[in-house]
Design a protein around this ligand. Sequence first.
Ligand code: KIV
Ligand code: ZN
Length: 523
Amino acid sequence: MGKYRDGSNDWVRIFDTTLRDGEQSPGCTMNVDEKLAVARQLEALGVDVIEAGFAAASPGDLESVKAVARAVDGPVVLSLARTREADIETALRAVDGAKSPGIHVFIATSDIHLRYKLGMSRQEVIDAAAWAVERASRYVDYIEFSAEDASRSDTDYLCQVFGEVIRAGARVCNVPDTTGYGVPDKIRQMFETLRARTESADQVIWSTHCHNDLGLAVANSLAAVEGGARQVECTINGIGERAGNTALEEVVMALNTRYDHFVINTRVNAKQIYLASQTLSKMIGMTIAPTKPIVGANAFAHEAGIHQDGVLKNVRTYEIMRPEDVGRISNTLVLGKHSGRHAFSKALRELGFDPRVINFSDAFTRFKLLADKKGQIFSEDLIVVAIGDESDASQRFVLEDVRVVASLHGDPEVAVTISIDGKSQSATATGDGLIDACYEAIKKSTYVYSVLEGYQAKGLTGGTDALGEVSVLIRTGEIAVRGRGNHTDVVMASALAYVDAINRLELVRLVTTKNRRSNDPVP
Ligand code: KIV
Ligand code: ZN
């Protein structure tokens, strides 16, 4: 019997949807290699289920779900599917190579969605849901059913829908707060009612999936657990549509730290949380707010004198968790330019890296290059070289060179050379500063004219030779994408980030213009 049917409700399953609900939010697009890196990190983290994507959305999505399904051994790997034959077939093909495959079928159940989005009656929705679950259950054992917009659906009707899908073979019943409208008390009551009034409710795992529109996603997920949910759907760093999804790290650490209250825990290896958070943030080029619980730069920093005094006397005066509990390390000097493979691999292990997650020889090459440049390597530098840049080898734009001329008396000038589909193109531009000039030169050489909506630069370690990380957000029409670049020189890091973003723009354009069926509603 698989772990999802062992009959015990003694732990809260962590269902990670970073690669599906998270990735579909603006600026969070990942290529296949990046998704694989995140999936491997999720496996190291010990999540129970990975929702790898929505295979029917596009051929690109199908390929990435397939790749994740093949790469991951421990967790169940799912693809999302609407209640349509084509979706279910594509999802089945996508997860075919997984050790523990599964399908996640969903349809909306609120009257507002039935009337305006689906144009279906309540009975038609029940029939479609039961049909789809039964269909999928012929081929795969692990089926989750989601009643989209459940928190705004009629509870009696929900009991009916869930009763039918359980009869048709669903193993997990998910109750999403799709619009982030729920409040903790109501969510807890809803789970209590559904579990009490749905036929065969005790045969399935009840699951919660919350969005953060009112900043309540984590509170609502914990309330669902109090109401009997034994699966929480969440994303690393809480990424996701609009205000995001439930943050995995916050739920895991709330259950962990307040075990005295919840008396139930997850099976996540919390020591991998910080690496998972950093890996994702670097992959999508999205920086983490310093005040973000658990993973933000200030989450464990004590600035106020009275706090510092207390912490020095006894750290538990102000700290309810230890940074090392979530795998955070102080930024200490770990290696130098003469360090070899052995020392490098030992330092990575000490940082919590799982050897299966990284490509060791590529990481070592990056380490040597950086060590040659800056001599001393700190733990934050190591995270960057280990995670690396999972950029797609087939990307269209590759930055070949950047040359700058700056003076106190006059505008700076930047010349860039970029290879486009293997052909070198150069352009020179002036601007209001080196970075402005550099971006103008990139636009001139690539003919990709987009608006820069966000620019952030930070030094990862102290010192003028520090490795700098730049992330940008660019927009062309409806499409917004992020890009990131690391370099010891801020202009180079900025150029790399911009070129990374225009490669992602290409990826999104390909998926949205060629492949996505524009009339199909996607969640
Ligand atoms: O928010 C939502 O309702 C979803 C479902 C597809 C589970 O993401
Ligand atoms: Zn969602």
